[in-house]
Design a binder for this molecule. Structure first.
Ligand code: GDP
Length: 443
């Protein structure tokens, strides 16, 4: 996401960096380029105008900070304004009201309501809440079925509703049922239409009136850019929206919807959908996203993702294995699987500072998910005995492994070679004391 904008802004700042002093003239020139970059990113025109005038006023009027170069000062002003534009601080869901709390999803058909309802249920389940998913899209029986399938997949109960029922009745009955069963969060997946229509709005208003949701989340497809913003505006005048979820953000290189929607509706983006998988829902952090847009990476999210998947006990066991030289191919496989659980490699790379610049270099390392998957398949085709002692893997075993994993002997050789190199590096690091065990570490 935001790749194009990042590229454009980087070249603006590069030009500024080359200048020793910051004059009103070169600020104006830079702001002209920023304006073009934002418009090309499909940001709402009014939002762009306001943004540029605020940044110009701040950049021209500010005291010169000794610690920052002129270029850096402008970047800082742009960064701060971007954070403000994106909503300042991450806005958590309001879940503390009378239980069960109701979260109502609203949006056009195909925006990702059903998928996001299930993703949200999964996320809340992970936070020790007891969600109930409620399909209230009675016009599309397939939507009801879809939610049942997803609920099953993530282990969250789905309220039994039928296409003949009235959505308001479904919502009421679901809340009563949740109260009875001690489920504390009711997630209502409502119907959508292809376009905004009064009948739909009336139905959504009636549902909201009947069950007083603590959250009414507007779900929009980020790829639709300014259309998403226009529709958000229309929903916002009719419904008591509390926040926005932008889906399909992983494919939105421009970012126009994300940069406009808060300013236009006054409602914060609370989550972003980053893929079709159930774990592809991220809390939206304006400051981190602003850093990403400016090519500074998002180290905090990267650390959080790593922490979420790295099993501390496993990590300690691994350290011991490295100490005792018993790190095996099976442990290697485990490492690969942990990396995969962090998300797609493209996504992880996007969070690393400066990676956008690196991507422009020829021969720069590219994230290669296929390579990782092949390595995984190769190790999985080995017997436990082989995984625990790679030295026994002779020519005929290599042939069998290649066949079993659908790869070639050359690829099996490459994995074994990389593994041997890894062992060698571990030994060297240990000898230099870099991988010393906890008892050697100075506190
Ligand atoms: P609804 O009509 O609003 O309920 O939309 P759905 O939940 O059925 O989603 C429509 C399509 O968008 C489905 O194919 C989803 O898998 C897909 N989708 C939803 N969220 C995302 C996302 O964050 N990224 C991507 N790539 N696809 C998504």
């Amino acid at each position: 996401m935001f790749e194009n904008l990042t590229d454009r802004l980087e070249s603006v700042f590069k030009k500024l960096r080359g200048q020793g002093v910051l004059t009103e003239e070169n600020i104006q020139e830079a702001m002209h380029d920023v304006r073009t970059a934002l418009l090309e990113a499909d940001v709402n025109l009014g939002v762009v105008r306001d943004f540029v005038s605020k940044v110009t006023a701040k950049a021209v009027g500010q005291d010169v900070l000794d610690s920052l170069s002129p270029g850096q000062q402008v970047i800082k002003v742009v960064h701060d304004e971007l954070v403000r534009l994106l909503g300042s601080e991450a806005q958590p869901l309001k879940l503390n009201g009378p239980q069960p709390v109701v979260i109502m999803m609203a949006g056009l058909q195909g925006s990702g309501k059903t998928t996001t309802s299930a993703k949200l249920a999964r996320l809340l389940k992970g936070r020790e809440r007891r969600p109930l998913l409620v399909p209230a899209d009675v016009y599309r029986p397939a939507a009801i079925e879809q939610l049942h399938v997803l609920g099953e997949q993530i282990g969250v109960p789905v309220f039994p509703s039928a296409a003949e029922q009235n959505p308001v009745d479904i919502a009421r009955a679901a809340v009563a049922s949740a109260r009875e069963k001690g489920q504390d969060t009711v997630i209502l997946d409502t119907a959508g239409r292809l376009h905004i229509d009064q009948e739909l709005m009336a139905e959504l208003k009636a549902i909201a009136g009947a069950v007083s949701p603590a959250e009414v989340l507007f779900v929009a497809d980020a790829m639709t850019g300014q259309d998403a913003v226009t529709v958000a505006g229309a929903f916002n005048t009719e419904l008591p929206l509390t926040g926005v979820v932008l889906t399909k953000m992983e494919g939105d290189a421009r970012g126009g919807a994300a940069l406009s929607i808060k300013s236009v509706t006054g409602k914060p983006i609370k989550f972003v959908g980053m893929g079709e998988a159930m774990d592809a829902l991220d809390v939206f952090h304006p400051d981190r996203v602003a850093s990403r847009i400016l090519g500074m990476g998002d180290v905090l999210s990267l650390i959080e993702k790593a922490e979420a998947v790295v099993d501390q006990k496993k990590a300690e066991k691994l350290a011991k294995k490295i100490q005792k030289n018993t790190f095996s191919l099976d442990d290697f496989l485990d490492q690969i699987q942990q990396i995969k659980r962090m998300g797609s490699l493209e996504q992880i790379m996007g969070m690393i500072p400066g990676i956008n610049k690196l991507k422009q270099l020829q021969n720069a390392p590219k994230p290669d998910a296929k390579q990782l998957a092949r390595t995984e398949a190769i190790i999985k085709s080995m017997t436990m005995k082989e995984r625990n002692n790679h030295r026994i893997i002779d020519a005929s075993r290599r042939q069998r492994i290649a066949k079993g994993s659908g790869t070639t002997v050359a690829e099996v050789n490459q994995v074994l070679k990389s593994f041997a190199m890894m062992l060698k590096m571990m030994r060297q690091m240990k000898e230099k004391g870099i991988l010393a065990g906890a008892k050697h570490r100075k506190v």
